[in-house]
Design a binder for this molecule. Structure first.
Ligand code: R5P
Length: 312
């Protein structure tokens, strides 16, 4: 790719965008990403992008529709201004929970968002820990799907982990938890859960022994916190000595922060793909930045280098 590298950002996560640019040692592209008086989203690029290799950074997090619209309009503006290539950098890909129909008369929101991004002119996507890896296939363009597990696993000391148990809080997360266990050490336990209704969680059973051990729950996201809290309570009941957790995305919907504060989880390691709410219980929380990982991926994409090295 010969064109210049230019990076723009929406308003979803200014601090992460700034950290990425710090690592890239380049200024963020100048643009207005705001609102008209009538409430509609307004985007105006304030620099020439003709022939450039452009990146638009935006997490699709709350307020979801607004941040999605900012991203779509940024990409549309880049395309109409003759950018040579547009990569949507989406640290958190929202609307991913509805990636299939679970009953009749429902949308497949994750697919619709993929269609909207392509219609807006996106040529490739760079993202972190999609809720369901199959979402990659919703795009007919390249998707660079980074994993946060290597970053998170590095924060757990191997000598402690040798006698710990890595816990998947549901059957869908077993591969992620096993990948974490291989990197950090320890044994594996699996919880089965069910959702009696949307956003409500009930644990059913657990395979594995946590009695007297440090348990580390590994998940992709904490949304209502229902999964994390239900898993932690079951682990406590089964005799876990300490309960830690690691997750890629901290959404903290509804009462999740209070639920986390009151839960038996003593430490939670979270990536900064979404800004942390001000009220987050800092004494329990440690954030791990994905900025260097995303900066390195942006540079590698720009230079047409492999990014598989980032997975080790
Ligand atoms: C489930 O499939 C996911 O891996 C997470 O466990 C889940 O989305 C977390 O959501 P919540 O915090 O609302 O239980």
């Amino acid at each position: 790719m010969d064109g210049r590298l230019q990076v723009f950002a929406g308003n979803s996560h200014p601090r992460l965008a700034a950290q990425i640019m710090e690592t890239l040692e380049a200024p963020l592209g100048r643009a207005v990403v705001g609102t008209y008086r009538n409430g509609e989203t307004r985007v105006k690029l304030d620099e020439n992008v003709r022939g450039s290799d452009c990146f638009a950074i935006q997490s699709i997090c709350a307020p979801y529709d607004h941040h999605l619209m900012e991203l779509l309009l940024m990409c549309d503006a880049l395309r109409r201004a003759s950018a040579a290539r547009i990569t949507a950098v989406i640290p958190y890909y929202g609307y991913a929970k509805q990636e299939k129909k679970t009953t009749g008369r429902e949308p497949i929101s994750a697919k619709l968002v993929a269609n909207l991004l392509c219609t807006a002119g996106v040529d490739r996507v760079l993202t972190v820990d999609l809720h369901a890896p199959a979402i990659e296939g919703f795009f007919d363009i390249p998707v660079d799907h980074l994993r946060a597990t290597p970053l998170l696993a590095r924060h757990f000391r191997r000598e402690v982990m040798e006698s710990a148990v890595v816990v998947s809080p549901d059957s869908g997360g077993v591969a992620r938890a096993e990948d974490f266990r291989v990197r950090a050490g320890g044994a594996l336990a699996i919880i089965s859960k069910r959702h009696p209704e949307p956003d409500a969680t009930e644990t059913l059973e657990m395979v594995g022994d946590v009695d007297g051990k440090v348990a580390v729950i590994v998940d992709d996201m904490i949304s209502t916190g229902g999964t994390l809290v239900a898993a932690a309570e079951l682990l406590k009941e089964r005799g876990a000595a300490e309960i830690h957790a690691a997750a890629s995305h901290g959404i903290f919907a509804g009462d999740a922060l209070n639920a986390l504060a009151a839960s038996p989880v003593s430490r939670l390691f979270l990536c900064d793909t979404i800004p942390l709410p001000d009220a987050a219980p800092r004494q329990k929380l440690e954030t791990i930045t994905v900025a260097p990982l995303l900066a390195e991926a942006i540079m590698r994409i720009h230079k047409d280098l492999s990014i598989s090295a980032l997975f080790t």
